[in-house]
Design a binder for this molecule. Structure first.
Ligand SMILES: C[S@@+](CC[C@H](N)C(=O)[O-])C[C@H]1O[C@@H](n2cnc3c(N)ncnc32)[C@H](O)[C@@H]1O
Length: 275
């Protein structure tokens, strides 16, 4: 689904102006469930189908093996029940529920202020759904992902939970939104999978309004020899891990003022203010 009132903020290319308009389709409570949108300047159309707005259409988009595994049939369905519900227990070495993680993220991004929030690499929509539910009438969430399988599952879960959130298939390296239109951004694990995290952070900076917050959960470089060996292997598939200085440097270079990093085992929570 995609909230109709947010279409004017959507720019398939950042220079596209004005943004998308609604052509036709099926709507419920202000959200487009299926249908067609159009870019007035070119007449190009973009479908809302399988529960998300597809700006990439035929383009595959994945740029490494890790990304492409997210395209496999069933990847979306299995992601939360098989991995996400226990991922932080395994990676932190402590009992670390999704609820605890989501509270840290919501607090760090300043959700209390309301407004429009972006979920970078939303997968099956864990953060998107939580933020949308917590915001209620005080704001909106747009989840961006490159994988059709993940977005389809995000849509299924969002609808099952009776939440309204907007889902869009796009490349986070070229975010399809107007400058400074977002009031906060979250990123759960995605930074580790991106081909060019520096570029995605610069794009995130562009779409955030000055003073707004970015909250990231991700994986640190292992401290043990075995852990480092495993991470070297994973890096061949495109999964990178960060050391704290590298992460702070990336945020700083993209125009953010980073808070001190919080770590739990191999997991970091980073938060920063958009300068
Ligand atoms: C580790 S998962 C994110 C998990 C999710 N944020 C959560 O907390 O459950 C990474 C996601 O990023 C998406 N992704 C990878 N590269 C991307 C890109 N360039 N643009 C948009 N999404 C991307 C993948 O398809 C995948 O769903």
């Amino acid at each position: 689904m995609f909230r109709r009132s947010l279409l004017p903020l959507v720019r398939p290319r950042p220079a596209d102006e004005p943004g998308l308009v609604y052509d036709e389709g099926v709507e419920e409570n202000g959200a487009i469930l299926a249908g067609r949108t159009r870019l007035p300047a070119t007449g190009e159309t973009y479908p809302v189908k399988n529960g998300y707005l597809d700006l990439l259409k035929g383009r595959l988009g994945g740029d490494n093996v890790a990304n492409l595994t997210n395209f496999l049939p069933g990847a979306g369905r299995g992601y939360e029940p098989l991995w996400r519900v226990r991922s932080l227990n395994l990676l932190t070495g402590e009992t670390f529920s999704n609820e605890r993680e989501l509270e840290i993220i919501a607090e760090a991004v300043g959700l209390r202020r309301g407004g429009l929030y972006l979920d970078l690499g939303c997968s099956a929509g864990l953060y998107t759904r939580k933020l949308a539910r917590a915001l209620g009438d005080s704001g909106d969430v747009i989840g961006v992902d490159i994988s059709p399988s993940m977005l389809k599952e995000a849509s299924r879960r969002t609808r099952n939970e009776g939440v309204i959130a907007s889902l869009v298939r796009a490349d986070a390296a070229s975010l399809p939104f107007a400058d400074a239109c977002m009031n906060g951004a979250v990123c759960g694990g995605t930074l580790n999978e991106l081909g060019d995290p520096a570029r995605v952070l610069r794009e995130t900076h562009r779409v955030l309004e000055p003073g707004s917050r970015l909250a990231i959960m991700g994986i640190l470089q292992a401290r043990t020899a075995n852990g480092r060996r495993l991470q070297r292997l994973l890096s061949t598939g495109g999964i990178r891990s960060f050391n704290p200085d590298e992460l702070t440097g990336l945020l700083d270079a993209a125009g953010f003022d980073p808070d001190p990093l919080t770590t739990h085992g191999a997991v970091f929570f980073a938060a920063a203010t958009r300068l």
